[in-house]
Design a protein around this ligand. Structure first.
Ligand SMILES: [Zn+2]
Length: 114
């Protein structure tokens, strides 16, 4: 599962940020996961408790996720559509030629602390 690797990186980054800012306990972190990023949110939920284990700064920390929609622009007819929902095919004209406008991102969006 490649989710665990990127989750580790996000948690490391959150921990580093907390240390640099003198934050003792992070209450929740928010990840932004694009529909077209190739990562499945269910795995982040599953691995999060494992990744934060033995890291006191994350004690009781909640994981939140924002799912960014996978938007595509059809280069044949100009329609905008949700790529994931339409399986990469324009619902208006059936073309697969498109420009991806969003939904590929994976980022650590927010760190909340008390
Ligand atoms: Zn189209």
């Amino acid at each position: 599962m490649h989710e665990i690797g990127v989750l580790h990186k996000a948690v490391d980054l959150a921990e580093e940020t907390a240390r640099e800012n003198g934050i003792e306990r992070i209450s929740n972190i928010t990840l932004e996961v694009g529909e077209l990023s190739g990562y499945l949110p269910v795995f982040f939920e599953k691995y999060f408790p494992v990744v934060i284990e033995n890291r006191p700064v994350f004690e009781g920390c909640q994981l939140k996720m924002i799912i960014a929609r996978g938007e595509g622009l059809c280069l044949e007819c100009g329609a905008m559509y949700n790529v994931a929902q339409n399986e990469g095919k324009c619902p208006k004209c059936g073309s697969r030629i498109k420009k991806i406008l969003g939904g590929r991102e994976f980022l650590l969006k927010e760190i909340a602390y008390e």
